[in-house]
Design a protein around this ligand. Structure first.
Ligand code: PLP
Length: 231
């Protein structure tokens, strides 16, 4: 039986240095997260504001050794609670949601909050994110949206995040990952200072290798490091 520490270290040495590893901490215990921190983990993702708040409070000063990413859907009525906790919000899916965050960043004592736009690339209705099919032709729509978000004063649009289709093996995800990467490059070529578009958050336990081959700069893994979830 390998430990969280060994699995994190093995993964860290396997993936390119430039790829950020975000450990998805949903349902994990404080001890598990502490073990990952002690192994050198730099970034954690949470799906729920409440869960993140409890964990960050319990970690105390140790929490500041890591960056905290919101990777679940952020409800408008949770933004004020979320902003002091998170260093990055990965799940912005519209101008409205970016604007709702932007309005509240200063009050949370922050500036230039890094955000990512979440793309529901497989168009699965159950998933959050911006759905390309609903905005055809998508690329011009996306570029307009990026320009709009870049006009906001208190957020910085760092890139795109995607989940990929829920079913199918990693190889089946490749064309979806390629599509999102092309969109990222189109956005980056706008050269907007408030939207550097250098981050591509894609790839999970089953798909991170393919995602990295297709240009991911940030993988989000839970099971691979923490083990199977019980719930
Ligand atoms: C849980 C989760 C992950 C990681 O999933 P694993 O399959 O356990 O690696 C990645 N991204 C999001 C948004 C998640 O909720």
């Amino acid at each position: 039986m390998s430990s969280i520490r060994q699995r994190y270290r093995a993964l860290r040495s396997q993936v390119p240095e430039a790829v950020t590893i975000v450990l998805a901490a949903k349902t994990r215990t404080l001890d598990e997260v502490r073990e990952a921190l002690d192994a050198g983990a730099t970034d954690f993702g949470h799906n729920y504001v409440q869960e993140a708040a409890a964990m960050i409070a319990a970690l105390g000063a140790d929490a500041s050794r890591a960056r905290w990413h919101m990777i679940g859907h952020l409800q408008k009525n949770k933004i004020n609670q979320a902003l002091p906790l998170f260093d990055v919000v990965q799940t912005v899916d519209s101008f409205k949601s970016a604007e709702a965050i932007d309005k509240r960043v200063e009050r949370a004592g922050k500036q230039n909050l890094p955000i990512l736009l979440e793309i529901n690339v497989a168009g699965e209705t159950a998933k959050a994110g911006l759905t390309p099919e609903q905005h055809e032709p998508f690329e011009p729509y996306l570029l307009d949206l990026v320009r709009q978000i870049a006009s906001l004063q208190h957020v910085r649009l760092d890139g795109l995040m995607t989940m990929g289709p829920a079913h199918g093996d990693a190889e089946a995800m490749r064309p979806y990952f390629q599509r999102v990467r092309r969109w990222l490059e189109a956005c980056r070529s706008l050269h907007l200072p408030a939207a550097p578009m250098s981050v591509l958050s894609m790839g999970m336990t089953e798909s991170y290798e393919v995602a990295i081959e297709e240009g991911s700069t940030m993988i989000r893994v839970g099971t691979l490091v923490f083990g199977e979830r019980e719930v």
